[in-house]
Design a protein around this ligand. Structure first.
Ligand code: IPE
Ligand code: IPE
Ligand code: MG
Length: 231
């Protein structure tokens, strides 16, 4: 077995609501616990020397949830970044956002844009939040931009290839994730990184995200190493 650490790991942080319910708490309390675990997983990823960590925090389908829950999920990044930004600066963490930011409520948009702007020159771990992200939306918005460029004759149709598409995706500039982990027991792709996951290894954990930890992340990486050692 090799000891190669995947450079880019993506996590579908699922199971917050069920975690809350199982404890007689609200779904939002589950999301709060999930945000605390997220911090621990960022720390663990740094310790494991993962270079890029993508975290699926809100999907383009999650708007259909009860209004109260959506409101809470839109407030969480504001609270999270207000509290954590100085520490992210100190620890050289670079924040990126993949998703349709323009559709977010103004305070949420402001908080995430500020986090990206302030950390843009940091060159430690990249923490990329997939927020208001959908894989189909990602491909669709890339198609629109490419067509616009072809119509304006800035790009020739003959030059539209995979590399060019990559350049227009929300994950522009990032290599594809080598490992995608989904917590919470479901074994679905739920519209995550459809283009980017073409060669990814998938790992499913039955633990609800708030219960996920460094040891479980390490187990996923060991499984990844076993699967890829004879490639
Ligand atoms: C994942 O947890 C986090 C978000 C989608 C924001 P869920 O909220 O989907 O929790 P479950 O799957 O209902 O338990
Ligand atoms: C996927 O979880 C999205 C996130 C983890 C943010 P969901 O709970 O929204 O997905 P479904 O509804 O089970 O497909
Ligand atoms: Mg879920």
């Amino acid at each position: 077995m090799n000891s190669y650490i995947p450079k880019h790991v993506a996590i579908m942080m699922d199971g917050n609501g069920r975690w809350g319910k199982a404890r007689g708490l609200t779904r939002s309390e589950g999301h709060f616990a999930g945000a605390q675990t997220m911090q621990k997983i960022i720390d663990a990823s740094m310790e494991l020397d993962i270079k890029i960590l993508t975290l699926y925090a809100f999907s383009s389908e999650n708007w259909t949830r009860p209004k109260e829950e959506v409101n809470y999920l839109m407030k969480l990044p504001v609270k999270f970044f207000n509290k954590k930004l100085p520490e992210f600066m100190k620890r050289n963490i670079k924040i990126l956002i993949s998703g349709n930011i323009s559709a977010l409520p103004r305070p949420t948009k402001k908080a995430v844009s500020k986090a990206v702007e302030e950390t843009k020159n940091n060159d430690g771990i990249i923490v990329n939040f997939a927020f208001n992200y959908g894989g189909r939306d990602d491909i669709l918005q890339a198609i629109r931009k490419i067509i616009e460029n072809v119509q304006n004759k800035r790009i020739e149709l003959n030059n539209v290839n995979e590399e060019l598409v990559q350049h227009f995706l929300y994950t522009k500039g990032l290599p594809d994730p080598e490992l995608i982990i989904r917590t919470g027991g479901e074994k679905r792709v739920s519209n995550f990184l459809l283009w980017q996951s073409s060669k990814s290894e998938f790992y499913f954990s039955d633990f609800y995200f708030p219960d996920f930890n460094k040891e479980l992340l390490s187990e996923a990486i060991i499984e990844f190493q076993k699967r890829t050692s004879n490639l």
